[in-house]
Design a binder for this molecule. Structure first.
Ligand code: SF4
Length: 197
């Protein structure tokens, strides 16, 4: 039977720079394509460029790294058949993390740690499945509107605020909100500060 193909923008080994697992070494599998079209997107290069790879080819490319943490990211992974990849990774005992905008509901049963970062719209079911909700906060953010996500903060779900583009005014906004709502957490894009991929 022919194996499913995914369009892969890049596979690289680095350190998770943001969110609750900041500092964790991981192999990143960036799937190509995203239809959300956010103005502040910092992975536009992944929208169209990519190589068709079977799951077996992806696993082979990952096997050169001395690490069993993987972050499936994009682009937007749920716009492709990420589930085939996640299932194969679980069979090889990878610790599988995934980052999604959560726009469409998806079967994430093979994902060990799901980060949903809501953008223009988000599916409620995906928010309920999230281990972390990461909200990008900038000057254009409707602060009252984002409070609807706060209800998902519990022992299982961390809600992080991430200043858009690490700008100081956005950091200040996040810090103020977190101090008023101490269940929130700050997520900085430390990989950009450290100048690593
Ligand atoms: S959802 Fe994410 S990947 Fe897609 S356009 Fe927005 S920031 Fe970029």
């Amino acid at each position: 039977m022919q194996q499913p193909c995914l369009k892969v923008n890049e596979i690289f080994y680095s350190i998770q720079g943001e969110g609750p697992h900041t500092g964790m070494p991981a192999v990143f599998v960036r799937l190509a394509g995203c239809s959300m079209g956010c103005e502040f997107c910092d992975t536009r290069y992944a929208f169209a460029q990519g190589e068709d790879m079977t799951v077996a080819q992806i696993l082979a490319a990952m096997s050169q790294y001395p690490c069993h943490n993987v972050v499936i990211t994009g682009g937007e992974p749920t716009e492709q058949d990420f589930a085939s990849l996640a299932s194969a990774l679980k069979k090889q005992a990878w610790n599988v993390h995934m980052e999604t905008n959560g726009a469409q509901d998806a079967d994430v049963s093979d994902i060990d740690f799901l980060v949903v970062s809501p953008k223009k719209y988000v599916n409620q079911e995906m928010l309920k499945k999230a281990h972390a909700i990461k909200i990008v906060v900038g000057q254009q953010t409707d602060l009252e509107d984002l409070k609807k996500y706060f209800q998902y903060a519990n022992d299982r779900t961390t809600v992080c605020l991430q200043p858009e583009s690490n700008l100081q005014e956005n950091i200040d906004l996040c810090v103020n909100l977190i101090k008023q709502n101490p269940f929130l957490r700050l997520s900085l894009q430390t990989h950009k500060m450290a100048n690593i991929k």
